[in-house]
Design a protein around this ligand. Structure first.
Ligand code: ADP
Length: 751
């Protein structure tokens, strides 16, 4: 087949075709109009596994793997005609060994010079590898796609025209607002504009101009990406934007959600600024190499170093030489990891060698990779000075408190003592340490405890202080009165501490009582005096009236010249006058004794009995009276007045004796319930119980006849007056029949 060819070619078209035909990597078969294979090149022989002669003995249809396909192709191509055209399609062939392979089939006509088709050139390209490669690529793409979907980072690819080629779901999730615009083929700019419109970018600004400016900036970053940038995509959500341009001008974008990181970072930054601003010195020390990693402004200023300089140092270098050893020892638990926080007092050394006292709070804050210690140091020079002056003050206060005569206690509301001064401890007979920790209510006599606790319970926030007087028993049994001022301290409305101060008021209380007793006695005396005055004036008037009467009768008789009765009248007058005189004398005596101030002392009753009996020696001799003193008692009374009382009783016993027998007086005593009873009995004429009370009245006598028993009726009233002025009493024993028996009762003790 002659081919038209350019004249300058040096070889024939035939030989050129042949060479091409033989060296083509694809199989070529030549088929005639009768469907016979007339030629097959080397590649065809290799591909199908048949020798050329075998192939030339076959028809092309025999090489197809699918009969239907073979028939279809045959019908398309044959019979050959000008309109049968060429064919290009993918088919399957079968090799000599039976294996089937995919191939690309290209058939074109061979024309005769007349132009009529005379045969076919069939070109077969083995697609086995191509298809395998294609399949492999598809698989890889699938894997890639799956991989892209599984990663949490957002991933997007834009082509050189900046149209979206692909993006994963994470990318759509990050830009959730813009997601509807993320369709393959849309430009980067249109996606961003969409996002801007719907509020995807909080940092883009409010106004149209601001947003436009932001967009331009974003686009220029996208076109020429430099370092990764951080973008805010929602409140509290930040992403890091990484964009890269590939060699063929694709843009690959990666978005990493760094919200947590960003928050931590901004918190760390905030913390950093805060630490920078705090007045305390702050250090970060790496425990691995012992160096100071960082220090805040206060630290640098106080120590006079720059940050660079201090980073070369270890904590040893900034502590005074003498405190370095201490420091190492104290900080050991932190280094060993057994303690997390410690507070240490040390001395820091400035660059110039001067030092200052520091209190350092050391805290271990290991990071994932490094053991780190954070130290807060505070210059405590001033604080130490204050503490020392406080200590001094405290000491002064303690000395003061120790020397105060008052009792001072501090306790919990349940009275558990937390502090007792020495003075109080000495009173209880314990030492301070023995008392602290015990409840002081336990030192209080049982009957008073409930009342005392009620008193404490009545202290309120509104009225936290109250006072109370309390009798207390010293360790040696001595009773003293104390005025306690109790203060309840409240915290948040709840009682937390009881502070009590007790002052010894025994003397002032006694003085008060004395005054009260005196005023009581005074008023009693006044009453008695008033009463006495009335009685006395009445009783004194009687003899006066009689004197008057007899004087008048004398005057009448004299005037009438009668003299017979004059002697009798004058006897009456002088008798009345004597009576009056005696009355006045005894009244004087009474008034002397009855209202005198009493001076108590302790004495044996016997001594007063003896004194009284001795005073009556004349009467004793005259009457032959005898005394049996069987007392065994101590009285707390006015000795002279008690002697007077006994003397009056004895005098009566001697006086009102029975004619037949000598008077005998017996005195006994009893003691019960703080009261001393002195019982005086005689063997005389006795007293009718009817008069048991009246005999004690002033001028009350049972014997009007002066000649039998002389007297003025003052004796017993004086006895009663004396007994009563001692807070006691005197009564006649109405049961006693053998004579008269009087019972005198006196309170014993200090009352
Ligand atoms: P006076 O003895 O001066 O009469 P007193 O006041 O001492 O006055 O006594 C009042 C009265 O009580 C006496 O008058 C007497 O009658 C009676 N009296 C007092 N003591 C005794 C006594 N020991 N025995 C009997 N009668 C007595």
């Amino acid at each position: 087949m002659p081919l038209a060819h350019p004249a300058h070619l040096m070889f024939s078209s035939d030989s050129l075709l042949k060479a091409l035909y033989e060296s083509l990597p694809h199989a070529v078969l030549v088929v005639d109009a009768d469907r016979n294979i007339v030629a097959a090149n080397a590649a065809a022989q290799t591909l199908f596994g048949y020798a050329e002669r075998e192939l030339t003995a076959m028809r092309p249809g025999q090489l197809h793997a699918e009969e239907a396909e073979s028939r279809d192709i045959g019908e398309t191509l044959f019979p050959l005609g000008t309109d049968s055209g060429t064919l290009h399609r993918q088919v399957e062939f079968r090799c000599k060994d039976g294996s089937v392979f995919p191939a690309e089939l290209t058939v074109s006509h061979i024309h005769a010079e007349s132009g009529a088709p005379v045969g076919l050139v069939v070109m077969i390209r083995d697609l086995t590898e191509v298809l395998a490669a294609q399949a492999e690529q598809l698989g890889i793409e699938r894997i890639l796609k799956t991989a892209l979907e599984t990663i949490s980072e957002g991933f997007a690819v834009y082509d050189p025209d900046d149209r979206l080629v692909l993006c994963n779901n994470a990318y759509k999730e990050i830009y959730a607002i813009s997601a509807p615009a993320m369709q393959t083929g849309r430009t980067f700019e249109s996606i961003i504009r969409y996002g801007l419109e719907y509020g995807q970018y909080p940092e883009a600004g409010e106004t149209k101009e601001e947003r436009e400016q932001w967009l331009q900036m974003r686009l220029s970053n996208h076109t020429v990406p430099s370092t990764p940038m951080v973008q805010k995509v929602a409140a509290e959500r930040w992403v890091q934007v990484d964009e890269r341009v590939t060699e063929d001008n694709y843009r690959v974008g990666l978005r990493t959600d760094i919200s947590t990181l960003w928050r931590v970072k901004s918190e760390a930054e905030r913390l950093g600024t805060m630490l920078e601003g705090v007045a305390q010195e702050v250090y970060l020390v790496n425990l691995k190499d012992g160096r100071i990693l960082s220090a805040n402004r206060s630290a640098l200023e106080n120590l006079q170093y720059t940050l660079e300089e201090i980073r070369e140092l270890t904590p040893r270098d900034i502590n005074a030489d003498h405190s370095v050893f201490d420091l190492a020892e104290k900080i050991a638990p932190i280094i060993a990891g057994s303690a997390k926080v410690l507070t240490i007092d040390t001395e820091h050394m400035r660059k110039d060698g001067t030092t200052y006292a520091c209190r350092v709070r050391v805290e271990r804050l290991d990071t994932e990779s490094e053991p780190v210690v954070m130290a807060f140091a505070e210059d405590i020079t001033e604080r130490l000075a204050i503490e020392r002056s406080l200590e001094r003050k405290q000491h002064e206060f303690e000395t003061l408190v120790a020397n105060l005569p008052d009792f001072i206690t501090r306790s919990r509301p349940d009275t558990t003592l937390t502090y007792v001064n020495d003075h109080y401890a000495r009173f209880t007979g314990l030492n301070v340490d023995e008392m602290v920790g015990r409840r002081f209510i336990d030192f209080t006599p049982e009957p008073l405890r409930a009342g005392l606790m009620d008193h404490f319970a009545s202290l309120t926030l509104e009225a936290p202080i109250k006072t109370m007087e309390q009798e207390m028993v010293r360790f040696d049994g001595v009773r003293r009165w104390y005025l306690w001022s109790n203060l309840m301290v409240f915290d948040d409305g709840a009682p937390v501490e009881l502070v009590s101060v007790g002052r010894d008021i025994t003397e002032s209380r006694e003085a008060r009582e004395r005054i009260a007793a005196q005023s009581r006695e005074l008023s009693m005396r006044n009453d008695a005096l008033e009463q006495f005055g009335g009685v006395v004036s009445h009783d004194l008037k009687a003899p006066l009236r009689q004197i008057q009467l007899f004087a008048d009768m004398i005057a009448e008789d004299v005037a009438a010249g009668k003299t017979d009765d004059l002697e009798m009248y004058s006897t009456h007058v002088s008798e009345r006058a004597r009576l009056l005189q005696r009355m006045i004398t005894s009244l004087f005596e009474y008034s002397q004794l009855a209202y005198q101030a009493i001076t108590r002392k302790h004495f044996e009753v016997t001594s007063a009995i003896t004194a009284a009996w001795d005073n009556l020696s004349v009467n004793v001799v005259e009457s032959g009276g005898r005394l049996k003193d069987e007392t065994n008692a101590i009285a707390y009374a006015d000795f002279d007045l008690m002697t007077q009382l006994l003397q009056n009783l004895f005098a009566n016993s001697l006086k009102y004796r029975q004619d037949a027998r000598a008077p005998e007086i017996r005195v006994t005593s009893q003691y019960a319930d703080g009261i001393v009873s002195i019982i005086i009995e005689d063997n005389g004429i006795g007293i009718d119980p009817v008069y048991a009370e009246s005999i004690f009245g002033v001028f009350q006598r049972l014997h009007r006849d002066e000649r039998t028993y002389a007297g003025s009726g003052i004796g017993l009233s004086l006895c009663r007056r004396i007994a009563e002025s001692h807070g006691g009493s005197i009564v006649l024993d109405r049961e006693f029949r053998d004579g008269a028996r009087f019972v005198v009762q006196l309170p014993f003790g200090r009352a």
